[in-house]
Design a protein around this ligand. Structure first.
Ligand code: NDP
Length: 296
C-alpha cells in the first residue's frame, strides 16, 4: 500500500513513523521542508516536494494539520493535493477538524471518486509513539473497512462514529471535557495554594475521590506541580477544539454556556500566553491573576 502522509507536526510525525515500514511504502510532505527531509533520513520514507507530488501514485493520503481550513487550502493550486490525486484514492484526515468543513471536503473529493474520512485521534504524543491512539472515524462502512489496515498502524481503538463529520464531532466534545477539567482544576488548585494548602496533597486527595480525571491524575501531577510543562499539544489547538464543540452544539440547537465559556477563556489564555504555549500552561494565566503559583 502506497501511503502519503502530509503534516509532520508534534503528533503527525510519530504517527507517520509507524507507516514507514512494510507492508506500507511511505511518502511524506511537510510545509517546512527541513522537517520532512530529517524524517526521510531517519525513516527511509520518500520525501515529496509538493502536496501534489505526495498525492501522485498514493493509494491512501493522510493529512494531520492544525485545522480543517489548512487541509482544505492544501487541496487547490498547481501544487495542491487535487493536482496529484487519482480516482479511487482514499483520503484520511487525522486533523482534529470541524464537521462542516470535513463534509465540504468530502463532497469535493466525491466529485473525483475519492473517498474521504475524518479520523481525528486521541492519546497524545506518547500514544502516537506507542501506536495506541484512539481514532474517531466519520465515514461509511466500506470506507472505514478500507482504512482499517492503515489506521491499525498507529491506532489501538478504531471507532466508526457515524457519517463524515461524526469523528470530528466526538473529538471536539472530548476536547471540551479536557478544557473544562484543565480550567476548573486550575482555579481550584490556585485557590488551595493561595490558602496555604499543598497542591500535591490536594491532588492526592482528588485522585482518590470523585473529582479525579486524566487532568488531575496525569497532567497536573506530572507537568504542573513539577513545573515541567513539556510542550506536546498547543493551547491554541485546544482553544480551536473547544470552539468547534461550542459551534457544533449551536448548530444542533443545544445551549452550551459552559463549553462556550471555556472556549472564550482559552482564547484569552492563548492571547496572553502565545501560540507556542502548551495546553496545560493555561493554569499560568490563573496563577498570574491570583499572584500565586501551583507548585509542590
Ligand atoms: P503542530 O502544530 O505540532 O504541527 C502542525 C503541522 O501542520 C506541522 O506539520 C505544520 O507544518 C503543518 N502546518 C501548519 N500550518 C500549515 C499550513 N498552512 N499548510 C500546510 N501545513 C501546515 O500540531 P500537532 O501535530 O500537535 O496537531 C496536528 C493536529 O492533531 C491538530 O488538529 C491537533 O488538534 C491534533 N492533535 C494533536 C495532539 C497532540 O498531542 N499534539 C493530540 C491529538 C490531536 P510546519 O512544520 O511547517 O509548521
Amino acid at each position: 500500500m502506497n501511503v502519503s502522509f502530509l503534516g509532520l507536526g508534534a503528533i503527525g510525525a510519530p504517527m507517520a513513523r509507524h507507516l514507514a515500514k512494510p507492508p506500507h511504502s511511505l511518502t511524506v510532505w511537510n510545509r517546512t521542508a527541513d522537517r520532512a527531509r530529517a524524517f526521510g533520513t531517519e525513516t527511509g520514507a520518500r520525501v515529496a516536494a509538493t502536496p501534489a507530488e505526495a498525492a501522485r501514485g498514493a493509494d491512501v493520503v493522510i493529512t494531520c494539520l492544525p485545522t480543517s481550513a489548512e487541509v482544505e487550502a492544501l487541496l487547490d493550486g498547481d501544487d495542491g493535493i487535487l493536482a496529484g490525486l487519482a480516482p479511487n484514492t482514499l483520503f484520511i484526515d487525522c486533523t482534529s477538524g470541524d464537521p462542516a468543513t470535513s463534509k465540504r471536503i468530502a463532497r469535493r473529493l466525491a466529485d473525483r471518486s475519492v473517498a474521504f474520512m475524518d479520523a481525528p485521534v486521541s492519546g497524545g504524543v506518547s500514544g502516537a509513539q506507542q501506536g495506541t491512539l484512539t481514532v474517531m472515524c466519520g465515514a461509511d462502512d466500506a470506507t472505514f473497512e478500507r482504512a482499517r489496515p492503515v489506521l491499525d498502524a498507529f491506532g489501538k481503538k478504531l471507532v466508526l462514529c457515524g457519517a463524515v463529520g461524526a469523528g470530528d464531532a466526538v473529538k471536539a466534545v472530548n476536547q471540551a471535557l479536557l478544557g473544562v477539567h484543565i480550567w476548573a482544576l486550575s482555579e481550584g488548585l490556585v485557590a488551595l495554594s493561595k490558602a496555604g494548602i499543598s497542591p500535591r496533597l490536594a491532588l492526592d486527595v482528588i485522585n482518590a475521590s470523585s473529582g479525579r480525571s486524566n487532568v488531575s491524575q496525569n497532567l497536573f501531577t506530572e507537568r504542573v506541580i513539577t513545573r515541567a510543562f513539556p510542550r506536546t499539544f498547543k493551547l491554541a489547538l485546544l482553544e480551536k477544539d473547544v470552539t468547534i464543540a461550542a459551534e457544533f452544539a449551536r448548530e444542533n440547537r443545544v445551549p452550551s454556556p459552559l463549553t462556550q465559556s471555556v472556549a472564550d477563556l482559552l482564547r484569552v489564555a492563548r492571547h496572553e500566553l502565545g501560540e507556542e504555549a502548551d495546553h496545560v500552561e493555561a493554569v499560568k494565566l490563573i496563577e498570574q491573576w491570583a499572584a500565586c503559583e501551583v507548585t509542590g
